[in-house]
Design a protein around this ligand. Structure first.
Ligand code: 2DT
Length: 212
């Protein structure tokens, strides 16, 4: 097995600091002399991503199952790109992944989406080597400036999805770390870095597949 880059996912509620931390960690990895590629899901630039974007901004309505499958398809669109970067020895740093997909869909109100059904379309996607879950209470997240205007940016939805985010983590060989994101940004970065740094020299194991 040839040496490959690490696949690292950052998950968390809106306002948990996910995007800022992704940028800070990206800079740190570069300063450490390693190549890093940042990916964000949903990737709203693809044709499927544009359908998701329109739905999230309430400009279109779709059945909950359809939206779930679109989010998953959006990950499959980039799966071979992720694998190619990893093969070239680059670190792939990803803002949200299948765990958000499952959490938000099963957190919806009636009719409930079944967990097994929600997990199925993401099966066999590249599995992260490390997932850092930025844990913050919905109240603390909201006190950081409130949520935006999008469809899921409501306290109830954020709380329910937070409760379900670890539902997707079963299976896979990667490590799942819960980071207390209620602290100041630099303390959170330092804790994340402790888990990321050992992966920067790459791995000799094949990329895992969700939810093998
Ligand atoms: P951002 O605010 O991070 O752009 O996310 N979501 C995300 C899902 O419902 N399913 C998914 O598979 C993913 C990746 C979380 C926009 C919203 O989309 C939700 C918030």
């Amino acid at each position: 097995m040839s040496h490959r880059g690490a696949f690292i996912v950052i998950e968390g509620l809106d306002r948990s600091g996910k995007t800022t931390q992704t940028e800070t960690i990206q800079k740190r990895i570069q300063e450490a002399g390693k190549e890093v590629v940042c990916i964000k899901f949903p990737d709203r630039s693809t044709s499927i991503g544009k359908m998701i974007d329109s739905y999230l901004r309430s400009q279109s309505n779709l059945d909950d199952h359809v939206v779930h499958l679109l989010f998953s398809a959006n990950r499959w669109e980039l799966a071979s790109t992720i694998l190619a970067h990893l093969k070239q020895g680059k670190v792939v740093l990803c803002d949200r992944y299948a765990f958000s997909g499952i959490a938000f869909s099963v957190a919806k109100n009636l009719p409930p989406i079944n967990l097994a059904w929600a997990r199925a379309p993401d099966a066999s996607l590249p599995s992260p080597d490390l997932t850092l879950f930025l844990d913050i209470s919905p109240e603390a997240a909201q006190s950081r400036g409130g949520y935006g205007e999008e469809r899921y940016e409501k306290e109830g939805m954020q709380r329910r999805s937070q409760e379900r985010i670890s539902d997707g983590k079963g299976g896979g060989k990667g490590t799942w770390i819960i980071v207390d994101a209620g602290r100041d940004m630099s303390a959170v970065t330092e804790e994340m870095w402790v888990h990321i740094r050992p992966l920067l020299d790459g791995l000799d194991t094949p990329v895992g597949r969700l939810w093998d």
